[in-house]
Design a protein around this ligand. Structure first.
Ligand code: NCD
Ligand code: ZN
Length: 346
């Protein structure tokens, strides 16, 4: 029986670190295990210029414990006013790795996102030219579309037309939650990738809604039916280079989650690797874990895989905190509803 597992150091290709007190509390949780992460730009106000991305990067580095080697890979928040020249300069200067498209109104702090996709066409064309990837929150916001259908409809109405119009654009479908997302990513070739979160491998929509409402399982895109969770498990554990880990670890204080209109987001940074090892072991795919956490992402982004490694060891159930403290109040750690036996030992 395998009881240790050594992997190239993992990267997180979709992470929310926030700012201020929250940043200081959550950045060490990711930096403990991950070498690099794509940092989401949905701050208030959002990160829209290269200078803002550079300043945010400095704040992240300052929030890490001394001696931590963690590389934040910065993104810009795409708006209808994004200037293609500014974006190209930030990319050429190495200040940003990618650009994030939020449909306006789709999720936390997305009000400055894109409502009219035609307006960003020149920016997308420029990004295709310079090889800057577009990370896409793939949900329509039309009130006549059921929230559980928003991803599948986005693929047909928005994503596929964009990719046909701009075939050289490199696109990451962020946090896919449906079989349709899995299938579309599989057919997209080398210019299309998809991140999958830890929590969407574990929960389906029953976990949010059956037997009482569970705000800590509410995130966007919202978890779907069991058949979709199973499709995500199959994709993540397949080794297929189209799929890589983007935890979408999205901390909110409990005070902001446990409200009549609570925030969307699951905080998984603390126990992500233990959960993933458990999931991959359940699916007899521990040999594919490294591809998902450490190889497929860098390959898509054209970066070398990390050369250092981490080791996970199997043993008694792992103890991790139910909550982490911030000076703004506690943040609940995602509960995978199962004992976790794999702990990161080095
Ligand atoms: C994210 C957040 O809180 O910033 N929330 C979430 O439910 N995933 C935003 C996002 O990635 O959609
Ligand atoms: Zn996110």
């Amino acid at each position: 029986m395998t009881d240790t597992l050594t992997l190239r150091s993992p990267d997180d290709w979709h992470l929310h670190l926030r700012d201020g007190a929250m940043l200081r509390a959550v950045a060490p949780e990711t930096a403990r295990h991950f070498a690099r992460a794509i940092i989401m730009p949905n701050l208030v106000p959002p990160v829209v210029t290269g200078a803002q991305a550079a300043a945010y990067r400095e704040r992240i580095l300052a929030a890490l414990p001394d001696g931590t080697s963690f590389q934040p890979l910065m993104t810009l928040y795409l708006t209808e006013d994004t200037n293609p020249d500014d974006l190209a300069k930030a990319h050429a200067d190495g200040l940003i790795m990618a650009v994030k498209l939020y449909p306006a109104g789709a999720t936390t702090n997305s009000a400055s996102g894109v409502a009219d996709f035609d307006k960003v066409r020149p920016v997308l064309e420029r990004m295709a030219e310079i090889g800057c990837p577009l990370c896409v929150h793939g949900e329509v916001v039309d009130s006549d579309v059921d929230i559980f259908d928003r991803e599948a409809v986005f693929i047909d109405r928005v994503l596929d037309p964009i990719r046909r119009a701009t075939p050289d654009l490199r696109v990451v479908m962020e946090h896919i939650t449906t079989k349709q997302g899995v299938d579309y990513a599989a057919e997209g070739g080398a210019s299309l990738g998809a991140t999958i979160t830890t929590h969407h491998l574990v929960i389906n929509r029953n976990h949010i809604l059956a037997g009482g409402i569970k705000p800590h399982y509410y995130c966007l895109p919202v978890a779907k039916r069991e058949e979709h969770r199973l499709a995500l498990r199959k994709a993540a554990t397949s080794g297929d280079p189209s799929y890589f880990l983007g935890t979408d670890s999205a901390p909110h204080t409990d005070a902001n989650k446990l409200l009549p209109c609570g925030c969307a987001g699951c905080f998984t940074a603390t126990n992500t690797l233990s959960i993933l090892a458990e999931v991959f072991e359940q699916d007899n795919a521990l040999d594919k874990l490294e591809a998902f956490t450490s190889l497929n992402g860098p390959r898509f982004y054209g970066l070398p895989a990390n050369t250092d490694t981490i080791t996970l060891t199997k043993g008694d159930p792992v103890k991790y905190p139910d909550q982490i403290e911030t000076t703004d109040g506690p943040v609940t750690v995602f509960d995978p509803m199962m004992p976790l036996h794999w702990r990161v030992t080095t």
